[in-house]
Ligand binder design. Structure first.
Ligand code: 13P
Ligand code: SF4
Length: 365
């Protein structure tokens, strides 16, 4: 077996050299290779993706792919989903193993199991509560949902998934992103006081029994630090300058930001909405910087004016860890017959996680 090419020799390569060699490696690997790229990837990496998309679209691509190697330019949970939904002989790779998701890290199996036990002191959770995990979570939490009759959701299907969850049981435990849960529940007509935040650091989530009994959605106290930077006053200031402009946000933004937005949806929805808007339109966009910059550049030929919502330039630092140097390193190892940075979910976890992911794909519009 040829020896692994080590990363340090790639670290100092300039982007132009990486670009040329990535193209050569892609040609050599041909149909054995599928590169998936999330919309938040930096341009130098994004342009090499065979398919781009939001988490839902990329999950479907991974499930449909026959490629031997699926290189995921995104974050860790996305590569886990690719591994779980692909065939056993396919190999999922994350070019930099440190590309995690800080929101996904806000919930873990021991604490979710602890919440389930605490709920069991008041009601029978397996009859009353559907656990719903945002796809931005570890495979162990997807497996937990699989075991307990629950489901996975993404920002692109959260409403359909919550409707399914309520058709099964009276209440939902939603983790880890409180904002996606609250914004979606409110659009379904659930009053704010029936969606309560469960703080996993406190006994019974910091709630009293009556509040838990009345609640329809228990929202895990998690959030995305990138989408937290967008604030309602950014929208007010923008509308004061450009009263005709439109505002669009990702549902990981706060309730106030989503309420003040004209449209709310996944990254794929944001792209489609702006691309379908008339030439000359002006938009304020509340999502990650790399995507907004791409939309800005794509809009210029049609006279579209696309603005980033926050005055601070804030990008997802973990998505940014996937750079051309790491991508090239993985690809040239594959050309040399070696796999580096494989993401392999242990069999028993993958099996249970697959139940909740497949349920999601069946229920998704
Ligand atoms: P999308 O599924 O909308 O692309 O969102 C993924 C994500 O991590 C947003 O922060
Ligand atoms: Fe996670 Fe937020 Fe980055 Fe999305 S933008 S991958 S939720 S940290």
């Amino acid at each position: 077996m040829p020896s692994t090419l080590s990363f340090p020799s790639y670290r100092d390569l300039d982007d132009a050299t990486c670009e040329e060699r990535i193209l050569v490696a892609k040609r050599t690997l041909g149909s054995d290779l599928l590169i998936l790229g999330h919309h938040y990837q930096r341009e130098e990496v994004f342009r090499h993706a065979d398919f781009s998309g939001d988490s839902l679209k990329l999950s479907r691509q991974a499930a449909a792919s026959r490629a031997r190697y699926i290189v995921f330019c995104g974050v860790h949970f996305m590569a886990e989903v690719a591994d779980i939904l692909s065939r056993p002989e396919q190999i999922a790779i994350l070019p930099d193993l440190s590309a995690g998701c800080s929101m996904a890290d806000m919930a873990d199996l021991p604490r979710v199991e602890q919440v389930w036990r605490e709920l069991a002191s008041l009601l029978n959770p397996d009859e009353v509560v559907t656990p719903v995990t945002y796809i931005n979570s570890a495979a162990t939490l997807k497996a937990f949902c699989g075991r307990h009759g629950g489901i996975v959701c993404t920002s692109g299907n959260a409403r359909a998934i919550l409707e399914w969850a309520f058709s099964e049981r009276k209440k939902v435990l939603f983790f880890p992103d409180q904002h996606l849960g609250r914004n979606t529940g409110f659009r379904m007509g659930i009053p704010l006081d029936e969606m309560v935040v469960w703080d996993p650091e406190l006994p019974l989530g910091g709630l009293d029994e009556a509040t838990i009994q009345r609640a329809r959605i228990l929202l895990w106290k998690g959030f995305c630090s990138v989408h937290q930077v967008f604030r309602a006053e950014h929208i007010d200031n923008f509308r004061a300058r450009y009263p005709e402009a439109k505002v669009i946000s990702h549902p990981e933004c706060s309730f106030e930001v989503c309420q003040k937005s004209d449209a709310v949806g996944s990254t794929e929805y944001i792209i489609r909405t702006i691309q379908n808007s008339p030439p000359g339109s002006r938009w304020l966009v509340g999502t990650e910087l790399n995507l907004v910059q791409r939309l800005h550049e794509q809009g210029i030929p049609q006279g579209k004016d696309i603005h980033f919502m926050s005055p601070e330039q804030c990008m997802c630092s973990t998505m940014y860890r996937i750079d051309p140097q790491h991508l090239l390193w993985c690809l040239e190892n594959l050309v040399a017959g070696r796999v580096v940075n494989r993401i392999q979910v242990p069999h028993t976890i993958a099996e249970e996680a697959r139940w909740s992911l497949r349920r999601m794909l069946e229920v998704s519009p």
